[in-house]
Write a protein that binds this ligand. Structure first.
Ligand SMILES: [Zn+2]
Length: 84
C-alpha cells in the first residue's frame, strides 16, 4: 500500500537491509582526525535505533563531535536510479 507518509529516517534495520553491517566514525576535532569502524553488533543497540541518533565520543581525544556514516558495501550495485 503506497500511502503518503512523512520521511522516515533510516534505522539500523534499514541499513542492514541495504547490506551495511558497519558504521564508520570520524572525529571532527581539529588535529585529531581519529577514524574507526565499528560493527552494528558491537554497538549493542536495537535495530529500530534511528541511525542519525547514534552518538559517539572519540576514544582518542574525548571529543563528542564525531561524524557517523554507514559503511556501504564497496562492490556490487544494489540498485540503480534512472533519470529520464
Ligand atoms: Zn578525536
Amino acid at each position: 500500500m503506497a500511502t503518503k507518509q512523512e520521511y522516515e529516517p533510516p534505522s539500523i534495520q534499514h541499513l542492514k537491509a541495504f547490506g551495511v553491517s558497519n558504521v564508520r566514525l570520524f572525529c571532527d576535532a581539529h588535529a585529531c582526525s581519529h577514524k574507526a569502524t565499528i560493527g552494528f553488533e558491537a554497538l549493542n543497540r536495537s535495530d529500530q535505533t534511528v541511525f542519525s541518533e547514534l552518538r559517539f565520543r572519540c576514544s582518542k581525544c574525548g571529543s563528542r563531535s564525531v561524524s557517523v556514516q554507514p559503511e556501504w558495501p564497496s562492490h556490487g550495485v544494489l540498485y540503480q536510479v534512472t533519470v529520464s
